[in-house]
Design a protein around this ligand. Structure first.
Ligand SMILES: NC(=O)c1ccc[n+]([C@@H]2O[C@H](COP(=O)([O-])OP(=O)(O)OC[C@H]3O[C@@H](n4cnc5c(N)ncnc54)[C@H](OP(=O)(O)O)[C@@H]3O)[C@@H](O)[C@H]2O)c1
Length: 381
């Protein structure tokens, strides 16, 4: 047997605490049990983790009530969140530009023409405005949206970027609105797919401005209304710093570079395409990463061959020594605004899409990802 069970005590302990009583914020009409979970790591201050037990759909519906949720933008996030909210029975309208791809997609998804409005009308008609245009679109359209954010409205983001760098984006919400964020920790497509499978992805939430005194409760209710699995609190600033660092490093940039580098070394040393691909990508994604996900990296180290153990233990610190300073440089570049400046300037050239497509094409035409396309077809169903 390749793996044996690890009985080492776990460092992370999720404590489901004694059920506490809470009540519906709408009229104190009923009582229900609320099980608050905490995450406790060593001497760190404990974090509260909210689960669906804390916010069942009925509670979310009571908090949001008949308010109209306007979703501006129908990209991966806008679409995923809009469809999940619609399926959960909320009152949703869309704010889109006529003639864009999103308008067509929304019609295909069965949104009625009375539910698809232009951005200004949807902002005017909504109580909760989900600002889910692309991050560049949020900057360019802000002057159209801002005048319609009356008192008592809530503006909702799924990323802290626009609000965290106001000097670069110009996005400064009016003082008489609630400003909240729910940031799903995954791709917009996954928000929809996991919802349809009955599970959900985790989200962070934050309150930037609490005009009504109910912003936090609204944020948590909306997080579960879109189908989140569990939610944890952050700030707009921490979300954007960690998110931009994550996607530049371990989630995308670093992992793509690591796959490519190892694949090229194996190919340059005479290994076949199949071997280089399987040893680099297939084994990682199909076997080892799902095990890390299910049981942890510590479990994987304990339960692999002693040959793999020795090698990984010896080489991990060498990689860490090289990589950690780069991640720190990346974090600094996020924090000082350089990354956001670069995103804004590269998105504002007239030929930006052409240039971007050229760069993206370099990845898809690389032998590794061409091999991936062909070899994925040989996976048993
Ligand atoms: N993608 C993710 O997985 C993910 C995950 C977590 C958080 N987020 C955050 O969620 C928000 C939305 O991201 P996304 O990836 O779903 O969107 P996106 O693909 O970046 O943006 C697409 C939407 O923005 C609209 N749009 C762009 N520029 C516009 C303009 N000038 N005027 C009107 N509409 C415009 C597009 O309309 P057309 O179709 O008409 O062009 C489309 O509906 C962002 O803040 C993002 O950071 C995204």
């Amino acid at each position: 047997m390749l793996f044996k069970w690890d009985r080492k005590p776990k460092i992370i302990t999720m404590l489901r605490q004694v059920a506490t009583r809470a009540f519906s914020p709408v009229g104190n009409r009923y009582f229900f049990k609320r099980a608050v979970s905490t995450l406790q790591i060593g001497t760190e201050k404990s974090e509260t983790i909210y689960t669906r037990d804390d916010y069942p759909l009925k509670r979310c519906q009571d908090i949001i009530g008949v308010k109209t949720i306007s979703i501006l933008g129908y990209g991966p996030q806008g679409r995923g969140q809009a469809l999940n909210l619609r399926d959960n029975g909320f009152n949703v309208i869309l704010g889109l530009r006529k003639g864009g791809k999103s308008w067509e997609r929304a019609v295909d998804d069965g949104w009625g023409l009375e539910q698809i409005q232009d951005i200004q009308t949807a902002t005017r008609n909504g109580d909760i405005i989900k600002y889910l245009l692309s991050d560049a679109g949020q900057i360019s359209e802000w002057e159209q949206v801002k005048p319609h954010l009356d008192q008592n409205k809530t503006i909702y983001f799924s990323h802290g970027l626009a609000v965290t760098y106001p000097e670069l984006t110009g996005v400064v919400p009016p003082e008489n609105t609630d400003v909240i964020m729910v940031a799903p920790k995954g791709a917009g497509m996954t928000v929809r797919d996991k919802f349809l499978q009955g599970s959900g992805i985790n989200s962070s939430y934050a309150v930037f401005q609490d005009h009504s005194g109910r912003a936090e409760e609204t944020a948590r209710a909306l997080a579960f209304a879109i189908g989140s699995g569990h939610v944890f609190q952050t700030t707009f600033q921490n979300e954007v710093y960690s998110d931009l660092t994550g996607e530049r490093c371990v989630l995308m940039g670093l992992i793509q570079a690591a796959f490519k580098a190892q694949y090229e070394v194996l190919r340059e040393r005479g290994h076949s395409v199949s071997e280089a691909y399987n040893e680099t990508v297939e084994e990682a994604l199909v076997s080892l990463y799902p095990l890390i996900n299910d049981r942890g990296m510590d479990w994987l180290y304990t339960n692999c061959s002693t040959t793999a153990q020795r090698g990984a233990l010896d080489w991990a610190p060498k990689f860490e020594k090289v990589i950690k300073p780069v991640i720190n440089r990346c974090y600094d570049s996020v924090k000082n605004g350089d990354e956001v400046k670069r995103v804004i300037s590269s998105n504002s050239h007239p030929d930006c899409n052409e240039k971007l497509n050229y760069e993206l094409h370099q990845i898809s035409k690389h032998e590794l990802w061409q091999a991936a396309k062909q070899l994925r077809k040989f996976r048993p169903l």
